[in-house]
Design a protein around this ligand. Structure first.
Ligand code: 8DG
Ligand code: MG
Ligand code: MG
Length: 144
């Protein structure tokens, strides 16, 4: 059985904004295990970024997101993982349809749990692509 050479993949992740807080989950994965990351996952064939973000959020947390907006893109090469991977990661933001909806941990084999974290008091350690953005001064919140 021939193993195809690895290729870059597209991921879409979402900043779910609630006041000054964002939704983060602690990863259960060979890539960034135990670090705090955004909800999101792989772009499927034919999907828009906005569709992917809403689908992944629903699958992972049960939450329903309102209108999504594109924020930025980063290029992330995970060489330290047992199986190296490379993601072009698209970041969107949005707010919940119902601000009182509570996140559920619907994929407990991939995540230790979801919670809201104040942007000015983020948990540690953050998943490194997110850590890098935060350090660069990036903010997912709309200005003014
Ligand atoms: P899927 O099968 O549901 O499509 O995928 P998943 O199991 O939900 O994938 P994931 O690891 O959550 O996301 C895919 C990749 O996206 C991940 O391996 C690396 C990249 N990625 C980043 N930053 C972030 C982030 O903050 N959160 C998530 N979930 N993935 C991120 O570069
Ligand atoms: Mg997923
Ligand atoms: Mg995911």
């Amino acid at each position: 059985q021939l193993t195809p050479p690895p290729v870059p993949r597209v991921a879409v992740v979402l900043f779910v904004l609630k006041g000054k807080s964002v939704l983060l989950g602690r990863r259960r994965s060979s890539v960034g295990d135990s670090t705090f990351a955004l909800p999101g996952g792989h772009l499927e064939f034919g999907e828009s970024f906005e569709e992917c973000a809403a689908r992944e959020l629903k699958e992972e947390t049960g939450l329903d997101i309102g209108k999504r907006e594109y924020l930025t893109v980063t290029n992330n090469v995970f060489v330290e993982a047992p199986k190296p991977s490379h993601y072009v990661t698209i970041f969107l933001r949005g707010v919940l349809v119902d601000p009182d909806q509570v996140p559920q941990n619907l994929e407990p084999e991939k995540c230790y749990g979801w919670d809201w974290y104040d942007w000015d008091d983020l948990p540690n350690p953050l998943f490194w692509p997110l850590e890098k953005m935060v350090r660069s001064g990036f903010s997912p919140f709309p200005t003014e």
